[in-house]
Design a protein around this ligand. Structure first.
Ligand SMILES: Nc1nc2c(c(=O)[nH]1)N[C@H]1C(S)=C(S)[C@@H](COP(=O)(O)OP(=O)(O)OC[C@H]3O[C@@H](n4cnc5c(=O)[nH]c(N)nc54)[C@H](O)[C@@H]3O)O[C@H]1N2
Ligand SMILES: Nc1nc2c(c(=O)[nH]1)N[C@H]1C(S)=C(S)[C@@H](COP(=O)(O)OP(=O)(O)OC[C@H]3O[C@@H](n4cnc5c(=O)[nH]c(N)nc54)[C@H](O)[C@@H]3O)O[C@H]1N2
Ligand code: SF4
Ligand SMILES: [Mo]
Length: 802
């Protein structure tokens, strides 16, 4: 057994009271005692997107029968979208897996939990014994940031496996922002967010929060906040190749050639310097170096690449500098591109140079309830501590790029991946070359997935461990407090009790972690051994830290004082009590504890964002290091690319309010109307290519091809076509009956696993060169798709009003 530092079975900590399952259950009304028609209300934060709306759930006979916005919620004040309103349908989806599945020659069959965990132990042990730990890869999908279990245990699981083969959805998403923040501020998690409620000017690039409800900027009712900004006389400028619903709300929409944001942003910085419009705040070094580095990017030099006139770029820079307060905010469309890290960095360079970094109305650092204030200095941030085996790609934040997973499985040799653990991920649909990964997964010796659906990825798993639905899971946002535009804290108890014998996801992941660490299934004897080890580790550090409110105290006594029926609850209590607003175990008797949060079902408001410089920094210099060497060097690549001709057709993505990546297509409430996997084409391109609205197009790229229905629309700029991701639900062996009715196609057949932003390992999902022509035999439709949709569109107003 490898020493992972995780306590063994039966190793209960002195002084900790382990309550029985019976006491746990007593916290809910016995479902049998609740007659039909007798309803109850419960409050739970929605786990479906980053907006983290508080929901008011109606419970009837042990089920969620309705969900609406909780008007008393301190953060979301009643906002809800159609996805949150469908939470009951998600909980009750008949296709949701309720018992563990074991793969057999004829398909998956249900087994008990003990048998499933024993199969996991046997499968992992067999691979590790034969090929070593390096042969086991872990892929952590997006919902891990939306579950308490993911936040508490997913990282521990990957560590316990003891392999560098760790992957996550971050490298098809926000990794460029982590790298840029790591280099600028010394902390990859220190991400400034636009102070939406107070800003006078918002420049938004590559984001469509009216559909996505916002990302790396947690704000419930993002659309309402954009409208409020304009009502109070502020301005909104949206940069996007598509005229999105967000762009429609803006004062100005600037269509940009996909992938060109780094040029635009560099030219804005150039203009600020050229016209002496900079006004940087304190705690900042490197501004002069930035001035020198952006010299090759005057607006005139980049206008063609961006498709935006030089004069418009200059005007934009002047407006930004003149606004009393302003924030630049950018998301997916600037992140999953060739120059994603450069663009992410230049966004904050603009915020800093205009004096808007860390001031009210600008771009500010949230202070989550679980965080402590920092010291203002640290070791900084590095990448490339190790490299991927096949392609030699650098490690970033402990991970390898998701684009390389398939070849790590299929390429023979020392260290070849033979086993895979997936938690809350569907990389077959969500990563470039997903069809190759689909094929690669068939060659694994062992695969286990923690997931409630048998989908395109999990259908390959030898064991599927299904977590209970949101209605039966407690919730605390461990991730989004760091990104929220207002500091709040909310604890959601599980609205409904677990089904008999069903472990919650915290138990599933902690047990998987123990098994991966080599403790064997016997570790189940003490379900909270992992929590106790984590708690003991945190307390040992805290009591030794002179700046901690518990400095010098007895860790065993502190552990015994923690509140909670489960290890996960005690971990949250610990974070809250040691956090910036915490009671410090008595040091501040009015401070935050889990017990206080439980007593406040609509949450506790901790106030608007406050300036945090320099305390938030962890750079060696103790300043915002505006011009980090890796970014300075990458500007050469940007300059070289400026000389390239780029006039072919390119593909971008899009999101729909009623989708959520790959996994909500099975809910009837969300899949009607305009939520369809169609190829958006501008009328001029359609005419040139001979495409008809409602007909089919054959779309091909360097790596694959597919056929998709055509939707002609002026909402996409000429030269650009758009397909949403997360579709392609036509694979055998899945159990997604509603989704299979209208499966769509997997756009990630077209995206290229070889194309990535080198600084962050992030895939290029936008600006993908494609060829498009009418599909052979495609008969042009007589009725335009848009007309069919207008007729079928369900009314959303009641669900959205909250
Ligand atoms: N072409 C293209 N590709 C993209 C994108 C794009 O814009 N364009 N966007 C990218 C982005 S931003 C992201 S985040 C990724 C997402 O990539 P992934 O995270 O790989 O995929 P998801 O579709 O989010 O899959 C989520 C999985 O979690 C499961 N799940 C849901 N709830 C729970 C739960 O409570 N517990 C557990 N254990 N599992 C749960 C679902 O059943 C599903 O299998 O896709 C990326 N892929
Ligand atoms: N309804 C819904 N909500 C979601 C999700 C979902 O799938 N559906 N997914 C969630 C996840 S995991 C995430 S990460 C967030 C993402 O949240 P957002 O970043 O807001 O995502 P999108 O709505 O895809 O908006 C990206 C925009 O970038 C534009 N774009 C594409 N290429 C470029 C480019 O080169 N430059 C510029 N300037 N723009 C470009 C696209 O046209 C699109 O409008 O949404 C989350 N919320
Ligand atoms: S915007 Fe919708 S999906 Fe997102 S948290 Fe709110 S209700 Fe849930
Ligand atoms: Mo994402």
């Amino acid at each position: 057994m490898r020493d992972t530092g995780i306590a063994g079975a039966g190793d209960k900590r002195p002084g900790v009271v382990y309550r029985s399952a019976k006491t746990l259950r007593e916290r809910w009304r016995e479902p049998a005692a609740m007659g039909v028609g007798m309803t109850e209300k419960a409050y739970r934060v929605c786990p479906l997107c980053e907006a983290t709306c508080g929901l008011e759930l109606t419970l009837d006979t042990g089920r969620i029968t309705a969900a609406r916005g909780d008007r008393a919620d301190v953060f979301s004040r009643g906002f809800v979208c159609p996805k949150g309103a469908a939470l009951g349908q998600l909980d009750n989806d008949p296709d949701r897996i309720r018992r563990p599945l074991l793969r057999t020659a004829t398909g998956h069959r249900e087994v008990g939990w003990e048998e499933a965990f024993a199969a996991v132990e046997a499968g992992l042990t067999s691979v590790i014994d034969r090929h070593g730990r390096q042969a086991v890869a872990t892929y952590l999908g997006n919902p891990n940031v939306h579950t308490l279990a993911g936040g508490l245990y997913a990282g521990a699981l990957a560590k316990a496996v003891g392999s560098t083969q760790v992957y996550s959805a971050s490298t098809v998403d926000q990794m460029p922002k982590h790298v840029s923040s790591g280099l600028l501020f010394g902390d990859p998690l220190a991400i400034p967010v636009p102070d939406l409620d107070r800003t006078d000017y918002l420049l938004m690039l590559g984001a469509n929060p009216v559909e996505s409800n916002g990302s790396l900027c947690t704000a419930a009712d993002f659309p309402g906040k954009l409208k409020a900004l304009r009502r109070r006389g502020g301005r909104l400028v949206v940069v996007d190749p598509r005229r999105t619903r967000t762009a429609a709300l803006a004062d100005r929409h600037l269509p940009i050639r996909p992938g060109a944001d780094a040029y635009l942003l560099a030219a804005l910085v150039h203009t600020l310097f050229a016209e002496e419009l900079t006004a940087p705040g304190p705690h900042l070094t490197g501004a002069e170096d930035v001035r020198r580095l952006v010299e090759p990017f005057p607006p005139e030099a980049v206008a063609d690449a961006c498709g935006i006139p030089a004069e418009s770029i200059k005007d934009l820079a002047r407006e930004l500098a003149a606004a009393p307060t302003a924030a630049v905010y950018a998301r997916i469309g600037t992140s999953t591109v060739e120059f994603g890290t450069l663009a992410s960095w230049l966004v904050d360079v603009l915020n800093a140079l205009t004096g808007n970094l860390d001031r009210p109305g600008g771009a500010m650092f949230p202070l989550a309830a679980r965080r402590r204030r920092g010291t203002g200095r640290g070791r900084g941030f590095t990448t490339g501590r190790w490299h991927s085996r096949v392609r030699g790609l650098p490690e970033i934040k402990g991970e390898l790029p998701a684009v390389t997973l398939a070849e790590e499985i299929t390429t023979p040799g020392e260290g070849q991946v033979r086993a895979l653990i997936t938690v809350a991920g569907n990389p077959v649909l969500s990563t470039p070359g997903g069809h190759r990964l689909d094929e690669a997964l068939t060659g694994l010796d062992f695969m286990v997935s923690v997931d409630p659906y048998l989908n395109e990825t999990t259908r390959h798993a030898h064991v599927v461990l299904p977590p209970p639905p949101p209605g039966r899971s407690p919730h605390f946002d461990l991730a989004f407090g760091d990104l929220a535009i207002r500091n709040t804290a909310r604890w959601s108890p599980a609205p409904l009790p677990p089904e008999d014998g069903e472990p919650d996801e915290c138990r599933i992941l902690s047990r998987l972690t123990m098994i991966a660490a080599g403790h064997g299934a016997a570790a189940a004897a003490n379900p909270y051994a992992l929590d106790d080890t984590v708690i003991a580790g945190v307390l040992a550090k805290a009591v030794a830290d002179p700046s901690s409110p518990v400095h010098g105290r007895d860790p065993a006594e502190l552990a015994a004082a923690l509140h909670g029926d489960s290890g996960s609850e005690r971990q949250v209590d610990l974070m809250l009590r040691l956090g910036a607003y915490g009671d410090g175990f008595g040091a501040d008797p009015d401070g935050l504890t889990l017990a206080r949060l439980i007593a406040a079902p609509h949450g506790i408001d901790l106030g608007p964002l406050e300036p945090r410089l320099p305390e938030v920094l962890r750079t060696p210099s103790g300043t915002v290091e505006l011009c980090p060497a890796p970014l300075a060097a990458d500007l050469d690549r940007l300059r070289a690319a400026l000389a390239e001709r780029r006039d072919g057709l390119v593909l971008v993505g899009r999101r729909h309010l009623r989708s959520n990546n790959s996994w909500l297509h099975n809910l009837p409430a969300l899949t009607r109307g305009s939520n369809r996997c169609t190829l958006h084409v501008h009328p001029a391109d359609a005419a040139a290519l001979g495409l008809a609205d409602g007909g089919s197009a054959l779309v091909s790229s360097r790596t694959g091809e597919l056929t998709a229905p055509v939707e002609i629309t002026e909402d996409v700029m000429p030269g650009v076509v758009s397909l949403p991701h997360g579709w392609g639900h036509d694979r055998p062996g899945t159990r997604l009956r509603t989704a299979a009715d209208d499966p769509g196609v997997n756009v990630n057949r077209l995206t290229d696993p070889d194309a990535l932003d080198p600084l962050s390992g992030t895939a290029v999902l936008n600006g993908v060169p494609v060829r498009v022509r009418p599909a052979p035999g495609s008969a042009p439709a007589t009725v335009p798709v848009s007309a069919v949709e207008a007729a079928a569109e369900p009314a959303l107003t009641s669900a959205q009003a909250g």
